[in-house]
Design a protein around this ligand. Structure first.
Ligand code: CUA
Length: 188
């Protein structure tokens, strides 16, 4: 084999290897895009499938996030909706009372800057962006206290921004929710 032929051969090998790796990287990219789409559609990750907006400067005046509507509410179908607001530097309500073994929908937003809400031991870990409503489904298998820190730096008081979720037995919760009130654990 002449030097020229051997050069030609190695160029062909290089081209083949390059094509192979190009194909593999395209497969990886397409696979990851499909995985992201699958997770998004199943509401397991951000971005959320729908965007709901709200006016952060008017939260306390009217609509879903007025103070009397915050906290846990037992729905007629047996599920629970929890509404909360994050603001510098606390959550309202500071303690969320929730039933165990019950489908819960958390709906939360921010009244000022970007905060985060994380509930230990669950997959709730979402940002609270002023102007947008974050919604996450959750379910507690066990009763007990779960810490709920702000997980997004929101200025000087960030490290002191903590809330709590108190999970109680579902019959006890139903008892306390009788009459359509908002059972609470604030101050307990
Ligand atoms: Cu709110 Cu960090």
């Amino acid at each position: 084999m002449s030097a020229e032929e051997s050069h030609h051969d190695s160029a062909e090998v290089a081209a083949r290897v390059e094509r192979r790796w190009a194909t593999i990287s395209v497969i990886i990219i397409v696979g990851m895009a499909m995985l992201a789409a699958f997770a998004g559609i199943h509401r397991a990750t951000m971005p959320q499938p729908r965007v709901e907006t709200t006016d952060p400067s008017r939260l306390h005046l009217s609509g879903e996030f007025v103070e009397s509507n915050l906290g846990s509410m037992l729905e007629t179908n047996g599920s629970v909706t929890v509404r909360a607001i994050g603001q510098q530097y606390s959550f309202t309500p500071a303690c969320i009372l929730a039933p165990a073994d019950t489908p819960i929908t958390l709906r939360a937003t921010s009244a000022d800057v970007v905060h985060g809400i994380l509930i230990q031991g669950t997959n709730v870990n979402t940002m609270l962006v002023p102007g947008y409503i974050s919604e996450q489904p959750l379910r507690f298998a066990r009763t007990g206290d779960y810490l709920m820190p702000c997980q997004e730096f929101c200025s000087f008081g960030h490290e002191g921004m903590w809330g709590k979720v108190k999970v109680i037995d579902k019959t006890e919760f139903a008892d306390r929710a009788k009459g359509g009130g908002r059972p609470s654990c604030v101050g307990q």
